[in-house]
Design a protein around this ligand. Structure first.
Ligand code: SF4
Length: 326
């Protein structure tokens, strides 16, 4: 695959808005049906007390955010939540745990959770922090489909956001996941004080991985009181949408997930993000510890836009989710 340079990517990002949108939508239509959305549901299975210091995260033990810490959830509770997710139309069930890296006992339990979720007929994704190659292989053995580990931002800006682990640590985990044969879910966060150049550079790093991530979550910072980024300035909406468009152009076959921050976007902004090539969302009331866009509002918006939920293993057969809900 051709490697992208930052300059090439910047030239595209700097195109007039209508031109970059047209380019992104044209590329989007080559790989995807533009009216289909992949839907995931995310469940936090262990909240808070994380030793890492990610500046945006209320789960970090470094910040006082009044978040209630929880122990690892019981397997049957997780299965119940997965059954509900399937019922409302999700095809992928994602589990998040606030760890630097999972210990042996916890990883064994998460593996059991994955086995049970797979039996329900859902794809599985987990985000558990850093993994070594043995841990990645253990997850592969139980059939894990995706591992989420974001690079968050450019390598240049990274140290302003996290100092307890390096950018290279993140890349190492992604490589271990890839080597084990698990699909990679990897993206970043927009609005942490980074420049457009950082956003472009982050996308160049993702696009230039040996195999591009199959799933790319693009998050808009949720400003959580108590975290160092609580008073961060709002990101310009058009810069955010152009970042999605550039992501679509440079990672033409990846699902791009409009992730955290969707609840604070207008319907019109979400529609422009979908036009720019975003084709995946989290559906449900919660995103880890933050509020997500409410399901009723989502259903109403997707209906107005004529968007349908993508069904697993049979891309030609789409249910009309909204009609079924009537
Ligand atoms: S983002 Fe993940 S690793 Fe960072 S503090 Fe939050 S839970 Fe921990």
């Amino acid at each position: 695959m051709t490697k992208w340079s930052v300059e090439e990517a910047k030239n595209i990002f700097d195109l007039p808005f209508n031109d970059i949108m047209h380019k992104a939508q044209t590329i989007h239509r080559k790989s995807f049906n533009p009216d289909h959305l992949q839907v995931s549901t995310l469940l936090n299975i262990k909240t808070g007390g994380c030793p890492e210091n990610c500046s945006y995260c209320p789960q970090s033990a470094h910040y006082k955010t009044n978040l209630e810490k929880t122990r690892l959830m019981e397997i049957d509770e997780v299965v119940k939540a997965a059954l509900h997710a399937k019922e409302v139309g999700a095809t992928r069930f994602c589990l998040g745990a606030a760890w630097r890296s999972p210990n042996k006992k916890d990883l064994d339990i998460v593996c059991e959770m994955i086995t049970e979720i797979k039996k329900i007929g859902l794809e599985t994704c987990v985000t558990l922090g850093m993994l070594n190659d043995n841990q990645a292989e253990q997850l592969k053995e139980v059939g894990l489909d995706f591992y989420n580990h974001n690079i968050d931002t450019s390598d240049d800006f990274y140290e302003k956001i996290i100092t307890t682990r390096t950018f290279q640590d993140r890349i190492n985990t992604i490589e271990n996941v890839r080597k084990a044969g698990i699909k990679v879910c990897c993206g970043g966060i927009i609005g942490m004080g980074e420049t457009n150049q950082d956003r472009i550079k982050m996308l160049v790093i993702l696009a230039n991985l040996d195999i591009q991530p199959e799933s790319v979550p693009i998050n808009k910072l949720i400003k959580i009181p108590g975290t160092p980024l609580a008073n961060q300035e709002n990101v310009d909406s058009f810069d955010f949408i152009k970042t999605i468009a550039l992501c679509r152009i440079m990672l033409p076959n990846s699902f791009i997930r409009l992730s955290a921050g969707r609840q604070n976007m207008s319907d019109e902004m979400q529609a422009l993000c979908f036009l720019a090539g975003a084709n995946s969302i989290f559906y449900g009331e919660k995103l880890l510890t933050a509020e997500n866009s409410m399901p009723d509002r989502d259903i109403n918006l997707f209906k107005r836009l004529g968007l349908k939920f993508l069904q697993l293993n049979n891309n030609d057969s789409m249910i009309n989710f909204f009609n079924e809900k009537k």
